[in-house]
Design a protein around this ligand. Structure first.
Ligand SMILES: C[S@@+](CC[C@H](N)C(=O)[O-])C[C@H]1O[C@@H](n2cnc3c(N)ncnc32)[C@H](O)[C@@H]1O
Length: 219
């Protein structure tokens, strides 16, 4: 599914979020780079927007983008080449990471964690490849709030977004999957609990009336 939507992925991101997603990504980068990490992993990097932002903000750091969808990685590599940024993009499955223990000082996962087939296993892998006192930043869409802005947002997310997403990407199912997966995703408190169970010390903040959430876990 992710391979199929890759060619129109960036365009739809900007269009469907009216560019707000970039401000959430910038906040994620600030959190991830707080302690000047030397090695950073952007897992489920997709077309590499967050990976490249990380490298721009921390030019000295070794930044790796990893994803299991090759067409996403190819687009990410082309963007890196165009911007002249030295970033390594490699194929990886979040449930079985091909990195040594305690290798990274910071890890980001933006809108990818929700899609992992086994959250506990992914958290165990993320914990394993992070060094002690390293940071894990998970940016995600929690289930929409039940009232206020949440009602409007739910309408947009379940009606408008699948229509436009289907039209432009040619894969309507992928843009129906998006709101369905968001409804199924654990609310922020529950995700905090899961991360704590995996060994992290966790805090989180909400963006744009609770549409997005950033969880920061320290090992
Ligand atoms: C919604 S995109 C997010 C991409 C990017 N992080 C961003 O912020 O635009 C989700 C990405 O997660 C990747 N993904 C899903 N499950 C994965 C897994 N088990 N291992 C690696 N990547 C995965 C998909 O291939 C896709 O590129």
């Amino acid at each position: 599914m992710f391979s199929q939507i890759a060619p129109r992925y960036d365009l739809l991101n900007r269009l469907l979020s009216a560019g707000v997603d970039q401000s959430w990504r910038r906040a994620t980068v600030r959190e991830a780079l707080k302690h000047g990490p030397k090695r950073v992993l952007d897992l489920a990097c997709g077309t590499g927007d967050l990976t490249l932002l990380l490298k721009k903000s921390a030019p000295e750091a070794e930044v790796v983008g990893a994803d299991f969808a090759l067409p996403m990685l190819e687009l990410a590599r082309a963007k890196a080449q165009k911007s002249g940024l030295q970033v390594r993009f490699q194929e990886a499955d979040a449930l079985e990471l091909d990195f040594p223990d305690a290798y990274f000082d910071a890890i980001t996962v933006a809108f990818g964690f929700r899609n992992f087939a086994d959250y506990e296993r992914a958290l165990a892998e993320l914990y394993r490849v992070l060094r002690p006192s390293g940071r894990l930043c998970i940016l995600e869409f929690p289930p929409p709030p039940k009232s206020g802005l949440g009602v409007l947002y739910r309408f947009y997310f379940t009606r408008v977004l699948p229509y436009i997403g289907g039209l432009i990407s040619g894969n309507a199912a992928a843009y129906r999957y998006l709101p369905a997966s968001v409804e199924r995703f654990p609310p922020p408190e529950a995700l905090r609990g899961m991360m704590e169970k995996a060994g992290f010390r966790v805090r989180y903040r909400l963006f744009t009336g609770g549409i997005a959430a950033l969880h920061v876990g320290e090992k």
